[in-house]
Structure formats: structure tokens, C-alpha cells
Write a protein that binds this ligand. Structure first.
Ligand code: BGP
Length: 458
């Protein structure tokens, strides 16, 4: 049996936009997803938008009971900025405050540790209209929002996060057109990335002033970059990929500074953001207490086969090509490689290169289409999900044995959730959601997870 350390956090993660929904009288404003769905619904799988969720807003009392039944001793979600501050003038939405207080009280009453993230891809539309994270004014707004969250909800929250996967809103919003505003503008992408790092550090600064007992961190999706071969050009390509994909947020968050090699590349391409010495100082002084790490897939790269087009908008792919490794194990529904060993490599990386900082897995999971075909006697028998978790946990356990300071494992996700452009295409939950009736049915993996948590291992 593989036993995990005492007081290990077991649970799941979701986000506000993906689980809450919108209801008459909730006074929530549009965020970029509500707006985008309104103007281009056909982009979303089966044209289901962000108002159709598991509606934890309505069902949190019974959903928290379900958390217990599926072995949660911890749970991560986010606060919706556009719900808490629905208008430009910064006036607080009392209905939202009441909702979050009731929701969080219930979680705490059941003895579940509460992890709250402040930003999960969901910019309020009134701020996006003014440039979102590209605009320095948003840093002040984000700092005020963070402060309000710490003040209103500080007594309930065990661990805070400033951002979930900040590289995603940079890449998807400003390079790859997967998120609104769907721009392809590398200069803006770098500015958004830098301003986001300042936001995170500025929130940490506010947090420290309040002297709360909780801790604060950031959630990063680490995709270790592996070279195709030991050829020196492949290795060089992987090092550069690592700079963009991982170190770009990991280094400022944990070490308080950017890697010099990354700055050199940004300068070479004339992409330096507008910044001040004060901002660099805020980043230097306000590093995280701990890390949340989301892991789904590795990044396999090789040396470029063709010269990059000098006139094309810059992308990190200027320096490497994606390597489609023959024989890799893949989740066909999502197209993501399954490579559990990378979790061990993350353990080693954090231990050796990031002061063995405290961390936990804040997302890991497998999204599968048409899961109802696995239903037996009314319950989805998702053995593939159990296998997925086991194979990753084995490598996590090995990393912990060797001294990495990992304190928990949270899966993506609790109840099947709405998932951005993919909407409900792939289901990730420990609990099935019936989209017609809102009924929740625990999957086989949910029962397995309960045993895992009860036994603190498997
Ligand atoms: C992570 C996000 C989650 C969730 C998950 C699954 O990157 O933090 O919000 O969506 O990925 O990805 P997807 O829903 O795109 O399959």
C-alpha cells in the first residue's frame, strides 16, 4: 500500500465560472465568457454557454454533503470577480457576499479545508473593455478586489491563490485565439503576462498587511518540456520551451525575478513590456508561501525543422517545434498525452530548483466524452479515471519519498463542469451531472476516491 503523509489534502478543484451559473436577482455582471458566448455561441461545444453549470450557487448545501461522500477533506474553487464587483464604480454586490459566506460556512462546518482562488480566466467584461490585464489600471482594480476578498472571507479560507494558470489567459487570449479577446499580439501578450505577475505580487502584499493566519500561493500548470532526443539542438529547444511554458511565471512567483535568458529573448524580439522599478520591487518582495500545481500533460519538443517566418507574429514556437512522439499514450477525447512520470520530474524540479517550497497538486484528471456508455446499474464505471489517478499518484508518492514537500492531491473535478469552449464535451467529474435534471450521481471513481482519502493511500 502507498501511504501519503499525515494530514494530506485530498479533494477536488473547480472554478466560479465553471460551477456557479447565473440566476435572476444574483446581480452578477458579465465576464468575458458570458459576453463571448452571447456574440459567438457557435464557438462553444453544442452551443452551451456559461450560465448552464452544475449550479452550485443553488445546490451548495447538498453538494457539500456530496464532497463528504467522495472523500474530500479539502476543496478548491474561485470567487467570481464579476459577481462580487459587478459595476465599474467598485460597489460591492451584497448578494454575492451573502452567497459566498453561506457557501463557505457550509464547507467549513463539514470540516473541509477551503482553498480559494481569486482569478480563473474570468475577467469582468467592464474591465476587458478597457484592455483587461493589458491596462495598468487593472492592477489597482485587482488589488482592491483581492483586498476585499481577504477582508470579507478571510475567516473561512485556509489557503488562498492569486491566479489559476496565468499563462493560459496570456497564450489563449493574446496568441492562440482560444479565449476572448482572441487577439494575436505578442507585445500585448508579454504586457499581460507581466501585469499579471505584478497583480499577483500586489495581492500578496495586501494579504501580508492583514496578518491572516492562512497562506497564499499561485496555481501554475507545469508542463515539463522534454527534448525529442539527446541531440544538442533538441536539448536547446527544450530549454527555451521550459523558459516560456514554466519559468515565465514560476520564477517571479517563487524566486521574485525573471530568468535572464527569458528577458534576453524578449528583448531580442523587441517585446519588452512597460514596467517600473517599483513593480519589479513588488515582485521581488512578495513571493508565494506555497504553490498549487496543475498537471495534465508534458510538453515534447524538437529543434525547428524550418526557418521561422520573420514576418509572422512572434510566438515561442519561433524557437522549437512540437514533437509528436510515436507511441505516446494519449487521451483521445482531449488529445493530451498521458505521461504520469512527469509528476515525479515536477517533484524533483521543485525540490532542487525552487527551495523545496511547499506545494500540492491542484488539478489532475482525465476528460472523457460520452461517459454514459460506461454506465452499469445506474452508475458510471470509470475505471480509466481510477487508473489515471493511481498511475499519477504512484509517481507523486515516489517524489514525496525522496523529499519533495507535497501536501495534497486535488483532482479536476468534483461534479462534471462546464469547460470553456469545450463546454460539456469531456466530463472530468468524480460525480456525474445530468444536464437535463441537475441530478448528481457519484461515479465509481468518486467511491474509489473516498477510500483513497479514508485510507490516506491505496
Ligand atoms: C485547466 C483549467 C480548468 C479546466 C481543465 C480541463 O487548464 O484550469 O479550468 O478546464 O484545464 O481542461 P479542459 O476543460 O479544457 O479540457
Amino acid at each position: 500500500m502507498l501511504k501519503f503523509p499525515d494530514k494530506f489534502f485530498w479533494g477536488s478543484a473547480t472554478s466560479a465560472t465553471q460551477s456557479e451559473g447565473s440566476f435572476t436577482g444574483d446581480n452578477k455582471a458579465y465576464n468575458i465568457w458570458d459576453y463571448w458566448f452571447e456574440i459567438e455561441p457557435y464557438k462553444f461545444h453544442n452551443e452551451i454557454g456559461p450560465s448552464k453549470t452544475s449550479s452550485i450557487y443553488k445546490y451548495f448545501e447538498s453538494d457539500v454533503e456530496l464532497m463528504k461522500k467522495t472523500g474530500h477533506n479539502s476543496f478548491r474553487t474561485s470567487i467570481s470577480w464579476s459577481r462580487l464587483f459587478p459595476t465599474k464604480d467598485g460597489k460591492i454586490n451584497e448578494t454575492a457576499v451573502e452567497f459566498y459566506k453561506n457557501y463557505f460556512t457550509k464547507i467549513k462546518k463539514e470540516g473541509i479545508a477551503l482553498f480559494i482562488n481569486l482569478y480563473h480566466f474570468d475577467m469582468p467584461m467592464y474591465l476587458q473593455e478597457q484592455g483587461g490585464f493589458e491596462n495598468k489600471e487593472t492592477i489597482t482594480r485587482y488589488k482592491d478586489y483581492a483586498k476585499a476578498c481577504f477582508e470579507f472571507f478571510g475567516e473561512y479560507v485556509d489557503r488562498w491563490f492569486t491566479f489559476n494558470e496565468p499563462i493560459v489567459h496570456v497564450e489563449c487570449g493574446y496568441l492562440n485565439t482560444y479565449h476572448y479577446p482572441m487577439e494575436v499580439d505578442p507585445k500585448k501578450a508579454v504586457q499581460v503576462a507581466f501585469n499579471t505577475a505584478v497583480c499577483s505580487a500586489a495581492a500578496i502584499k495586501e494579504f501580508r498587511k492583514l496578518k491572516l493566519k492562512s497562506k497564499i500561493g499561485i496555481i501554475l500548470n507545469l508542463t515539463p518540456a522534454y527534448p525529442r532526443s539527446s541531440n544538442k539542438e533538441d536539448i536547446k529547444a527544450a530549454k527555451i520551451a521550459e523558459l516560456f511554458a514554466n519559468k515565465s511565471f514560476l520564477d517571479p512567483a517563487v524566486i521574485g525575478a525573471y530568468p535572464k535568458e527569458l528577458i534576453d529573448i524578449i528583448k531580442k524580439h523587441d517585446l519588452m513590456p512597460v514596467y517600473s522599478e517599483d513593480e519589479l520591487e513588488i515582485i521581488r518582495q512578495n513571493t508565494v508561501d506555497f504553490l498549487g500545481i496543475n498537471y495534465y500533460q508534458p510538453l515534447r519538443v524538437k529543434a525547428k525543422e524550418c526557418m521561422p517566418n520573420e514576418n509572422a507574429p512572434f510566438s515561442p514556437l519561433y524557437y522549437y517545434d512540437i514533437y509528436d512522439m510515436p507511441g505516446k499514450k494519449i487521451n483521445p477525447y482531449r488529445g493530451w498525452e498521458i505521461y504520469p512520470q512527469a509528476i515525479y520530474d515536477i517533484c524533483v524540479n521543485i525540490r532542487k530548483n525552487y527551495n523545496n517550497i511547499e506545494w500540492l497538486i491542484t488539478e489532475n484528471g482525465i476528460g472523457v466524452e460520452n461517459e454514459s456508455k460506461f454506465r452499469k446499474d445506474g452508475k458510471i464505471e470509470d475505471d480509466y479515471r481510477i487508473e489515471f489517478m493511481k498511475s499519477h499518484l504512484k509517481y507523486l508518492h515516489k517524489g514525496i519519498q525522496e523529499g519533495t514537500n507535497c501536501i495534497g492531491y486535488q483532482v479536476w473535478t468534483f461534479i462534471d463542469c462546464w469547460s470553456w469552449l469545450n463546454s460539456y464535451k469531456n466530463r472530468y467529474g468524480l460525480v456525474e451531472l445530468d444536464l437535463e435534471t441537475d441530478e448528481r450521481i457519484i461515479k465509481k471513481s468518486g467511491y474509489w476516491f473516498k477510500n483513497l482519502s479514508d485510507n490516506n493511500g491505496f
